[in-house]
Design a protein around this ligand. Structure first.
Ligand code: AMP
Ligand code: MG
Length: 421
């Protein structure tokens, strides 16, 4: 009779994560078109080659004036022209003169201030100002937002939409960023079946590959579907060997616990020259975890458990930070928020941190969480109804009203949970 494999050493989540991070390298930065850079991380500083604004311009629709002509209001000036955005004045503004100006239009030479339309009365070419004018009022000065030669964004900055706007306004068309990691996802197990055809005897459908591919792209990576391999060492080995050249990292699911058919350990041990790490992370779900680097490029292979909920939790707590590290991020994990337990979150003491699937909502500005029914590590549908993981340290759990640390899995979609509804 075949023996069960021996479990790896038990380690804390933090220790597992530290071990994993030390085995990784950042990807090689490369120039990338600005419009493809959203969510990536700058690998070099951006220094301003231009001023923003590049010329003094009006911050309001109104009249370009010389403040000294007005001083204390009221005062009268002669309207001598009109300047619209994109159409600079062809003549300077002389003493006692004013020009109509629209927001964003360049201040004419000689003008130093803009007075608002609302504070002026026009009679033919005569302009009477009802309020005093201070030098520089309603003027956007040259270089006020960005000064030529200054540091715009430091290396390590994650590019958000506003960064793209700033870079575009500086005429930057390409940025040097860490590339999106090409992450291959491989399912392992003789029982797995792909597609929607009739299920074979004893077969189950492969859900992990699809969920992990979605998680990978949600983390900003380029997902690569590596399909399914059965529980045969030779098949696992050739799948990993084949994926090495096209993937920056590989995530496998299944075959990492102590079952007889867990060949992943043998194969990765061989491919990594005996340097694979196997561990029992002191969390529930998602206890077994392993990783190794293979090939001359040191491609990381991250092995998450087969149980669908465990695969998801393992990705969230370990793999997601790993691929973010490779893509140059310094913030690797989702933030943990304090929430109030709206119902008891019970657990038993077992030496592990429990990740309880909860529904988080906002009640009068406070984050509240309720456990969802069905916490088994095979109950993926229940997990799909949750939007957060409550992090319960070892112990008896939380009573209603106690504060619990939570990881929001869908930070953009935390529903209203007002108790008075
Ligand atoms: P394993 O980690 O290979 O021992 O698998 C643990 C459990 O997860 C078993 O019930 C497997 O059938 C199931 N499982 C493994 N891989 C997948 C997958 N890709 N999709 C859905 N369930 C899976
Ligand atoms: Mg298996």
């Amino acid at each position: 009779m075949a023996e069960f494999a021996r479990p790896g050493p038990t380690v804390s989540l933090e220790a597992a994560r530290d071990q994993l991070l030390t085995a990784l390298h950042r990807l090689t930065p490369r120039p990338t078109p600005l419009d493809q850079a959203l969510g990536t991380v700058l690998a070099t500083q951006v220094i301003a080659s231009e001023n923003i604004p590049s010329f003094a311009n009006a911050a309001m629709d109104g009249y370009a004036v010389r403040a000294a002509d007005i001083g204390e209001a009221p005062g009268s000036l002669r309207l001598v022209g009109r300047i619209a955005a994109g159409h600079p004045a062809t003549t300077p503004l002389g003493p006692g003169q004013a020009m109509t100006i629209t927001t964003g239009a360049p201040l004419p030479p000689g003008a130093d201030s803009v007075c608002m339309v609302e504070h002026a009365v026009i009679d033919g070419d005569d302009l009477t100002l009802e309020a005093g004018v201070q030098v520089g009022q309603h003027v956007r000065h040259t270089g006020e937002d960005v000064t030529r030669g200054s540091l715009v964004f430091d290396a390590g900055t994650e590019i958000r939409p506003a960064h793209i706007g700033v870079l575009a306004s500086l005429g930057v068309g390409e940025v040097t960023v860490y590339p999106r990691a090409r992450v291959g996802v491989l399912s392992t197990g003789d029982e797995l079946q792909s597609g929607s055809g009739e299920l074979g005897d004893g077969k189950i459908r492969d859900s992990n590959r699809h969920a992990l591919l979605a998680l990978v792209s949600g983390a900003g990576c380029e997902p690569i579907d590596l399909g399914i391999v059965g529980d045969e060492e030779v098949d696992i080995q050739s799948a990993l060997d084949g994926a090495r050249s096209t993937c920056d990292a590989i995530i496998t699911s299944g075959g990492v616990s102590v079952g007889v058919a867990d060949h992943m350990k043998t194969v990765l041990g061989r491919l990594s020259g005996g340097s694979a790490h196997w561990m029992e992370v002191a969390i529930k779900p998602a206890k077994p975890f392993g990783f190794a680097t293979i090939g001359s490029a040191g491609t990381p292979v991250l092995c998450v458990p087969g149980n669908p909920v465990s695969a998801l939790v393992s990705f969230e707590l370990l793999a997601r930070g790993a691929v973010r590290f490779m893509m140059g991020h310094s913030v690797l994990d989702r933030p943990r928020w304090n929430a109030t337990a709206a119902e008891p979150l019970r657990r038993r003491r077992d030496g592990k941190v429990h990740l309880v699937r909860v529904l988080a909502g906002v009640d009068a500005g406070t984050l509240v969480v309720r456990p969802i029914a069905g916490q088994g590590s095979h109950q993926l549908r229940s997990t799909a109804l949750a939007n957060a993981l409550a992090v319960l340290p070892d112990g008896e759990g939380m009573d209603t009203g106690e504060v619990v640390s939570v990881i929001l899995l869908e930070p953009d979609a935390v529903p209203d949970a007002r108790s008075d509804q």
